[in-house]
Design a protein around this ligand. Structure first.
Ligand SMILES: Nc1ncnc2c1ncn2[C@@H]1O[C@H](COP(=O)(O)OP(=O)(O)O)[C@@H](O)[C@H]1O
Ligand SMILES: [Mg+2]
Length: 360
């Protein structure tokens, strides 16, 4: 009970429950006292004693009734809540069968514990499924990476042999065309294997203060080599004062190159890509904007998931790897896109890596 600001007085609930009854009884006795004033004093004393005794007895009976009806269930509830807190989800209270408000409280408590138990079992089940799926995926990933590694060397041998055969063929031979196609397919397989291996066995990243403009520029010049003769322009806008940003230059170069290759692939014929480095307060950002096809809303939630691709010859690993590298830096990567107009992928890198991210 709040009596004055800052002062809390705890009053036993039994006292509070009995107080109105006792007050009524006292008032009754006072009234009785007044009414009995006309009775001779010797008789009056006996009458008053009997009345007072009766009042005390009523209070005592009330207390016992309260203890049985209210106090015992409350004690049980307290004990069961304590067991629930310890993690025992099989507790139930015994007074749930009563046909009053206390019984209702008991039924609600039992229902709540049952729901808690069911949710807990569901979560555990989900956890078990996810764990076994994760283990399964990890084993599959290891297998795939091992396989990719084993295939890579013989494949390089095959590519070499194809080149030699091609050189030995007479210039007008139709087999030359076929060999060229085989060579292209072999290069495609090599590309997939390399991406898979990059993803499954990433090179260790080492962060150090380095010039982000220079890193971005290297990615841009590598991407320009991929344009071939297509009418696509890549504009590079370095930040005026980016200073040193703590990053792994090879890792971030790979991130930007992945974004740039996606941008090139998103442009059907001619178009334009802008790479812009920006200097913000605690972060430096690099944005890659293309005038390509944009990303449809149904694909957008999935594009960062490994192996998600909408391209016939894609691996779906580029963005997933990019995000992993950026997150290792304590940064983030986001996309804004409009179908038919193009997309902007923006990478935020903390200029100085936040300590907690350094553990990951
Ligand atoms: N700049 C972009 N414009 C349009 N779609 C894009 C762009 N970048 C990525 N995407 C979409 O995201 C998917 C996943 O990209 P990514 O992980 O690099 O795999 P991949 O390029 O092998 O398909 C792509 O298949 C494509 O649908
Ligand atoms: Mg890609």
């Amino acid at each position: 009970m709040r009596t004055a600001p800052g002062l809390d007085v705890h009053i036993n609930w039994r006292f509070k429950a009995i107080l109105p009854v006792a007050a009524t009884l006292l008032a009754g006795i006072a009234l009785f006292f007044w009414v009995t004033l006309s009775i001779p004093p010797s008789d009056r004393r006996t009458v008053l004693l009997v009345a007072a005794g009766g009042a005390v007895a009523i209070c005592a009976v009330l207390l016992v009734v309260l203890a049985v009806l209210v106090h015992r269930p409350l004690l049980e509830l307290r004990e069961k809540i304590a067991r629930l807190e310890q993690g025992d989800l099989n507790v139930t209270v015994g007074f749930a069968g009563r046909r009053d408000e206390i019984g209702e409280l008991g039924r609600s408590f039992n229902a709540m514990v049952r729901q808690l138990r069911e949710s807990h079992e569901q979560i555990q089940q989900l956890h078990r499924t996810q764990m076994s799926r994760a283990e399964h995926l990890a084993t599959l990933g290891e297998l795939a990476a091992g396989l990719a590694h084993e295939i890579r060397n013989p494949l390089a041998g095959i590519a070499g042999v194809i080149q030699i055969i091609g050189r030995d063929l007479p210039p007008g031979s139709p087999t030359r065309e076929i060999l060229k196609e085989v060579e292209q397919e072999v290069h495609h397989i090599q590309k997939i294997l390399n991406e898979l291996l990059d993803y499954a066995r990433p090179k260790p990243l080492q962060l150090r203060p380095a010039d982000l403009n220079a890193t971005a520029e290297r990615a841009v010049s590598l991407a320009r080599q991929q344009i071939a003769s297509r009418p696509i322009e890549i504009e590079f806008r370095p930040a005026a004062e980016v200073g040193m940003v703590e990053h792994d230059p090879d890792g971030i170069q790979q991130v930007l190159l992945n974004l740039l290759l996606n941008a090139l692939q998103a442009i059907p014929r001619e178009g334009r890509i802008v790479v812009e480095v920006h200097n913000e307060d605690r972060y430096a950002t690099v944005a890659v904007t293309d005038s390509g096809c944009g990303i449809a809303p149904e694909h957008l939630p999935n594009i960062f998931k490994p192996f998600y691709t909408t391209k016939g010859k894609g691996t779906g690993l580029g963005l997933s790897l990019a995000r992993r590298i950026v997150e290792f830096h304590g940064g983030r990567i986001q996309v804004e896109t409009e179908v038919g107009r193009g997309s902007t992928f923006r990478v935020w890198l903390p200029k100085r890596k936040i300590a907690s991210a350094a553990q990951s």
